[in-house]
Write a protein that binds this ligand. Structure first.
Ligand SMILES: [Fe+2]
Length: 386
């Protein structure tokens, strides 16, 4: 949960009449876990419930294929057809991997998105390249390459683009949060956590205050997409306060933990959600014992499907497998994976790594979409034998 934030004009007491340039504002709570979890109170100029139409929005249902026969995968995202022009960060998404808990998509976009809210769960978006603005009922949030953006469930927002972007999109069934072990009993990030509240960026202090009539908003559920046409623009919020809002953090503000010998991936954990965790691998000094093996040992995580998105830098342990920025690998239980041949020796004299990568461990098997199978490298399972 990010820290308490207050934006714009709000009344001194909650649930009291609030006039701002005339009519009484419409107070609306957006909250998790009934009325017990993180929440914010927003003050709209017009009723956020006023709809004039509800429409279906056709979307191709995703066909999911089990990872059968079982094998490690290398998905070459930059070969996806989404690299064509005219895609936006919401409707242009290419679903790649999914289970009942989480869906992973890739999008290369060059157009701004429609207004959108995901009624299924929080979205965690990693900006692989480019800059963008996330506009929402909470205001404006500028994001750049290497930023994670947490967008709470049911937040009405849109992505405004001035130039092309690539995004790695994680759609959760529930809420995305920082690991509980990083928090004290008061909810503050503890000393020793790999990031602090200063690294968490919230929306700008000025509300957007957009006017408009008959405004369509695309709403996502696990059943598909709908369109709610609002009588007035949802971005008419004059003020809000609370603990629930979109926030961003650069992967480069994650402070790596380094040891004399190799540290396991939990030291890189950044987020967690129902049925998955997310870790950040960032530039850091290598293990400093003279005999330390600096690339990861072979391992088989018997309880998780391990997904790695290679963002930038050199990938010492993967050299020889054709891995580059934008590559996504899937290593399932039942397959022992490890450094590619020769990488252990090549790393012997290295003192640091410049790798930037995002890892997601899913605790239930991930299925693959047709798009994922289209860009799967069939030679990858045998790359350790070369
Ligand atoms: Fe691994």
């Amino acid at each position: 949960m990010p820290p308490y934030r207050r934006v714009g004009d709000i009344p001194r007491k909650r649930h009291t009449l609030h006039r701002h340039d005339g009519p009484v504002a419409f107070e609306a709570l957006i909250g998790s876990d009934g009325f017990s979890g993180a929440s914010s109170l927003l003050y709209h100029r017009r009723s956020p419930s006023a709809l004039v139409r509800i429409e279906e929005r056709s979307s191709r249902p995703v066909c999911w294929y089990p990872n059968q026969p079982l094998q490690p995968r290398h998905l070459r995202t930059r070969a996806l057809p989404s690299s064509a022009e005219g895609h936006d960060p919401v409707t242009g998404r290419q679903p790649l991997l999914g289970n009942d808990d989480v869906e992973i998509a890739w999008v290369a976009a060059d157009a701004s998105s429609p207004l959108y809210r995901d009624a299924t769960g929080d979205e965690l978006v990693y900006l692989q390249s480019g800059d963008a603005v996330l506009e929402s009922v909470f205001g404006r949030l500028d994001v750049k390459t290497g930023d994670y953006v947490v967008i709470p469930k049911a937040t009405t927002h849109r992505w405004a683009l001035a130039a092309p972007v690539e995004m790695f999109v994680i759609s959760a069934r529930g809420h995305v949060a920082v690991p509980m072990r990083y928090l004290n009993d008061q909810g503050q990030l503890v000393e020793g956590a790999p990031f602090s509240e200063r690294d968490q960026r919230g929306p700008e202090p000025e509300p957007l205050l957009v006017d408009g009539d008959d405004v369509p908003v695309v709403v996502r559920t696990r059943s598909g997409l709908s369109v709610h046409v609002h009588a007035t623009h949802p971005f008419d919020v004059i003020g809000w306060d609370g603990y629930l809002y979109p926030w961003a953090m650069s992967i480069h503000d994650f402070e790596p933990i380094v040891g004399r010998i190799h540290q396991p991936p939990p030291v890189h954990q950044t987020f967690g959600g129902p049925g998955f965790v997310v870790c950040s691998f960032v530039p850091r000094l290598y293990d400093f014992d003279p005999d330390a093996v600096k690339v990861p040992y072979h391992h088989s995580n018997v309880d998780s499907d391990e997904v790695l998105m290679y963002s930038a830098g050199n990938f010492m342990s993967r050299e020889g497998a054709g891995i580059g920025p934008g590559s996504i690998t899937l290593h399932p239980p039942g397959f022992v994976h490890g450094p590619q041949p020769g990488s252990r020796e090549r790393s012997a004299d290295a003192t640091r790594t410049e790798e930037v990568a995002v890892m997601l461990d899913a605790f239930a098997p991930l299925a693959l979409s047709a798009q994922a199978l289209d860009v799967n490298d069939p030679s990858y399972p045998f790359s350790w034998s070369r």
